[in-house]
Structure formats: C-alpha cells, structure tokens
Design a protein around this ligand. Structure first.
Ligand SMILES: [Fe+2]
Length: 345
C-alpha cells in the first residue's frame, strides 16, 4: 500500500494520500488548496491516478483543495451527506463504504466538532478529522459544534475501535503525527472525564480565539461545486423535468455514472445503462463502449449521476472525444427525485 501523510504548516493540517499499488487509483483526504501542486507532483511521481478527494468536514482554518484537484484531475469530490457544501460529486453516510481500487474505508458519522464531521476506518487505522486529535479533541464552539454530540462520537464510536487502531487526525499543532485508540483513551486529557456533562463543561470553558482564516475559509469551502453553468450555456444540459420525457424513448441512451452502491441505495432511472465514472475515459474514446454505441445507434447520450457534477465532467469528456450528442441531467438523481422522476432498484 502507498500511504503518505503530508503536512501544511500554515494551518497545521494533515493530508493523506492512499493507494493500493504504484500505478493504481489513489484517494486523498483533507487536501489543502495551497498544496495542490505538491500533491499532483507526488501523484505523478508514483504514477497514480487520483480518483477521489475527500474532506472529513467543512474546514474553517484553510481552503480545501477539493475543487482544484477535481479541476486538474477530474477526480470525484466526496463529503458527508450532512455537509452544507454546495455541490460535491458524492455524499456518504454512516455505514457507507468509500472505495477505490484495492482499498475500502468504512464511514462513521462523528459529529461534534462540526455537524458534518465524518471519520473513515481502514483496517488498522482511522482518519478522525478534527473529532479526535492527538491528546486533544476538535473545538466545538462554532459551525454547529456540539460538545454533547462529540462526546458520543468519541466514546460510543471511535473508542470502540480496537486499542491498537492508529489514529490519524486532520490536524496537529505540536508535531505529533499519529497515535492509537488505546493511547488516546488512556492519556488524552480531554477524555479523562467521568460523564458527558463533565466533557461538555470542559469544552465550554476552552475560550479559544477564532481561526485566522475562518471568515475566508468557511464561505470558500461552501462553494466547491464544478461550474455546471458552463455546460448548460453550451446547450449540453437539461433539467430533471425536461429529462422526464425521455424515459423509454428509443432514440435516447440514459447513462448512469454512479457506483453500484449508490445505485442500490438511491435507485436507478428505468432503462438506463451503467457506465461508472471511473471507467469514463476508456468508454468515451474511439473504440470505447459509449463511443461505439453513439456512433452505431445515433442515440442521444444523456449522462446522469448523484448531483450532476460527474455527469457535467463526463459531458465535457464525451464532447472532447467527439460524441456530439452528449448531454446531462443537471443536478443528477437528487434533482430527478425532486421532479418526482421514477426510480427502480
Ligand atoms: Fe476543523
């Protein structure tokens, strides 16, 4: 496995780059905008293909690299379903699995530091975001923070992992790089409380100054969505309501770009083909499945995904590859559901 912990000294942020092998798919957790070039260089050096970029929560102390990495690599942006970010390609909930080739991370919803904080468990390690830090815990005094919820996230979820589980947080300010669940249970001063009320009292008396970048970072991090308007301006988009008329039409191919688990959970537009986004480049190039389908049948290629972001990028790639009929459903399945479009499982 390729595992890298990268550090941004400005914000004290740890970013993690994961891949199962050299030359394979890669995942990045909590990237920092200013470090984008460094990540891309490392990805290139290790011959990796970045397929997913994840934020554990909406950060207040740095601007996320999610949007920049998506624009540079066409990777899928991922956050939790509770995040107030405008658009990400994929949203996860507790019990979901975040997967790339050869790796799977289990999603835990661990609110408290913010109400959109998630942790990711991968075999012997857990990425705790700012929920559990090394000998500390994430502050709970802004962004819908809740010390009560954090106590439950830590004591009833994270501390139930095996003692030897490595703890990999999103921040450290003292030079620590990793810990374990057992060590934190025993030695984290914030966790030496007898009950939830004692923890809440402790967190309410911290009186910390706001992060320097908070007024800049929070609004910037709320708007990371891909500019779908540009795709619409070119006439390559339709609303979910317009798309309703297309179901069952022989001259149209509806193409679902989502992953199998998303399809099972949310349902599928009747009669659509499944062509996962990660296989897109191969599918749209000459000789690829979708390229040949478009050429052989003259069907209009209508892409869709969860929120319209992957499909917007797919339309651009398909058009670039010469599939001139390619368009997408703006807002994806999310908009389709609101338009009361039929779904099958
Ligand atoms: Fe945070």
């Amino acid at each position: 496995m390729i595992f890298r912990q990268l550090f941004d000294s400005q914000s004290g942020t740890y970013t993690y780059l994961l891949a199962s092998r050299r030359g394979g798919e890669a995942l990045i957790i909590d990237p920092v905008l200013e470090k984008t070039e460094r990540y891309l260089q490392l990805i290139k050096e290790r011959d990796l293909k970045l397929v997913k970029a994840v934020d554990t929560h909406l950060h207040a102390d740095h601007i996320t690299g999610l949007g920049a990495l998506r624009d540079r690599t066409q990777c899928i942006t991922v956050m939790g379903e509770r995040s107030k970010v405008d658009v990400v390609s994929m949203r996860l909930a507790e019990g979901d699995r975040l997967t790339i080739e050869g790796l799977a991370l289990d999603v835990l919803y661990t609110p408290g530091h913010t109400d959109d904080s998630y942790s990711f468990v991968m075999n012997d390690r857990v990425f705790t975001g700012d929920t559990l830090l090394i000998r500390g815990t994430g502050r709970t005094d802004f962004q819908n923070g809740d010390a009560h919820a954090q106590y439950h996230s830590i004591f009833n979820k994270l501390l139930r992992l095996p003692d030897e589980t490595l703890v990999l947080p999103a921040h450290d300010y003292k030079g620590e790089t990793a810990s374990t669940i057992g060590e934190e249970r025993a030695f984290n001063p914030r966790l030496q409380v007898k009950c939830v009320d004692e923890y809440v009292e402790l967190m309410h008396n911290l009186k910390l100054p706001n992060p320097k970048l908070m007024d800049v970072a929070v609004p910037a991090n709320m708007r990371v969505g891909f500019a779908q308007e540009e795709i619409a301006r070119r006439g390559w988009a339709m609303t979910a309501t317009q798309a309703l008329d297309l179901v069952g039409r022989p001259q149209v191919a509806l193409i679902d770009l989502r992953e199998r688990t998303e399809r099972e959970k949310q349902g599928v537009i009747p009669g659509s083909l499944h062509a996962p986004y990660t296989d897109l480049a191969g599918n749209v190039r000459a000789g690829g499945m979708l390229h040949e389908l478009a050429a052989a049948t003259g069907k209009r290629m209508v892409f869709y995904c969860a929120f319209g972001e992957r499909s917007a990028m797919a339309v651009q790639a398909a058009q670039d590859a010469g599939i001139m009929s390619a368009c997408h459903i703006q807002g994806g399945i999310d908009a389709w559901k609101r338009a009361k479009g039929p779904l099958v499982r």
